[in-house]
Design a protein around this ligand. Structure first.
Ligand code: GLN
Length: 487
């Protein structure tokens, strides 16, 4: 049996007792990647050389210095910068970009003794919901290769689901950790805005972006968030609130907790199988002593349009730095400065990114700013107030992570408005800056379904508590796709 099928707790014991070396675990990881990634296509870059150098260094470390994440393999979404390792953001613009520093989260996983084994595929600049917008490859859903893994963190979710890594880091601007986690049957946490430093994350929508862990189960997720969270002097929006030990929240006790279920989250547009699975999940939580009631988030219907105005507005400004001078792609035969700007951006960016830069520029232009951007910001406030009102009486909000299971590859490629509308269950959380986790809660036709638990600002512990209690009472998280089994 491959070492990667063991639980993190089992591996910790083996590594701490030196019954397995970090080198052996790293070898097993690359063997698994070699076996299945031809089909899954989750990795854009694998980093054998750096990983084995790190493994050797770790194997010489005394036992007393070995923490809970020591020696464990992790994959990183390719919009998080890694010193000396190409970081493409899934874009031709950054195809050959080698950062000179590590993102804060990368420093933190390194300091925890984790072994980075590669960079994972994504929609270009994190704009998308299917990973079909990567300039380089199509990642496949390990449960059914004809389906998308979700996006934009499709690579990170698929790599964990396919057993290629135990941990990955994704990013969530409007759902890109939770939705691919749901599509791939793994656990994905979008922390409170400010909980995790964004230093070294290539910005998409800076007021919405957060980095979050993707793992096979809730316990592993809590462990990784504890390691990456905390204030950072390189990100002035990072919070100085103390980071609790999230693992301590996993008590199994959800008695008398109050759950709000917005009727909009189980309304029109949500597939019946998804609704049924979430209602069954609520019944499980009820059997454990929690109570749930229906509520309403009246402004939810405006969330997607408001999100797309704000996110594209911020993107149009953030992506202005890619001008062919400072970073990335530049045509070698450009004849003058204007041609460098023009051709670098026209040839370096893909369709979706260019479209969003245009939308965003339009929304921020003097003639449309009041009608579009200012209005979207007002809606953002109303949505945050809707949640705040619900949280006066409830501990968490629960609904599906996505209205449907994973789409077939190509199915919605030419239907961007449907794709944008399908973000309605995830984007409100980013607009309000709240934390939310997606946990597996069912299957339909062999594809996973995810339940989303949304919490108060900085109350990730409550999300882990409920998600863990649910996980212990069910066995969805123990199912794994059959990919790579047999020969
Ligand atoms: N699907 C959303 C978008 O395309 C969310 C992306 C994200 O969270 N990075 O913007």
């Amino acid at each position: 049996m491959t070492l990667l099928k063991k639980t993190v707790a089992e591996l910790q014991t083996l590594l701490h007792n030196q019954e397995v070396s970090v080198k052996e675990l790293t070898e097993a990881t690359f063997a698994r990647i070699a076996k299945v990634d031809g089909d899954v296509q989750a990795f854009l870059t694998t980093t054998e050389e750096e990983a084995f150098a790190k493994a050797e260094q770790l194997d010489n470390q005394p036992n007393a210095e070995r923490g809970p994440l020591f020696g464990l393999p992790i994959g990183i979404k390719d919009n998080i910068v890694t010193k000396g390792i190409v970081t493409t953001c899934g874009s031709k613009m950054l195809e050959n970009f080698v950062p000179v520093y590590d993102a804060t989260v990368v420093e933190k996983v390194n300091d925890a003794g984790m072994v980075t084994v590669g960079k994972l595929n994504m929609d270009e600049f994190a704009m998308g919901s299917t990973t079909e917008r990567s300039a380089f490859k199509q990642t496949h859903n390990p449960w059914n290769l004809a389906h998308v893994p979700g996006g934009s963190s499709g690579g990170p979710a698929a790599a964990v689901a396919a057993g290629e890594v135990l941990f990955s880091l994704g990013t969530d601007t409007g759902g890109s950790v939770r939705q691919p986690a749901a599509f791939c049957g793994v656990v994905g946490m979008k922390p409170t805005y400010g909980r995790v430093s964004r230093s070294g994350l290539v910005a998409y929508g800076s007021s919405l972006d957060q980095i979050g862990p993707i793992t096979r189960n809730v316990e592993d997720n809590a462990l990784l968030l504890s390691a990456i969270a905390g204030v950072d002097r390189r990100d002035s929006s990072s919070s100085s609130l103390a980071v609790p030990d999230f693992g301590a929240a996993l008590t199994g006790d959800v008695k008398n907790l109050k759950i709000a279920v917005p009727k909009e989250y189980l309304g029109e547009g949500v597939a019946k199988e998804v609704k049924d699975a979430v209602i069954e999940a609520l019944k499980v939580l009820e059997s454990l002593g929690a109570k749930w009631e229906e509520v309403s988030l009246p402004h939810l219907k405006y969330a997607s349009p408001a999100y797309y105005v704000i996110a594209t507005g911020e993107a149009s400004s953030n992506l202005a730095r890619f001008d062919g001078i400072r970073y990335g792609y530049r045509p070698v035969d450009a004849k003058n400065l204007e041609e460098i700007y023009l051709r670098s951006r026209s040839e370096g960016f893909g369709e979706e990114v260019k479209k969003r830069i245009l939308y965003g520029t339009y929304a921020l232009s003097a003639d449309h700013y009041d009608d579009l951007y200012v209005k979207a910001m007002k809606i953002r406030t109303l949505i945050a107030q809707d949640f705040a009102k619900v949280f006066e009486n409830y501990d968490v909000v629960i609904g599906p992570s996505s209205a449907t299971p994973a789409y077939k590859i190509g199915h919605l490629l030419n239907n961007p408005l449907t794709l944008y509308a399908n973000d309605v269950l995830t984007v409100p959380v980013n607009l309000a800056g709240l934390p939310a986790i997606s946990v597996p809660c069912g299957f339909t036709e062999g594809l996973p379904i995810g339940m989303q638990i949304i919490g108060k600002h900085f109350d990730e512990s409550m999300l882990y508590k409920i998600a863990h209690a649910f996980e212990q009472a069910t066995d969805f998280h123990t199912s794994t796709p059959t990919i790579g089994e047999g020969n």
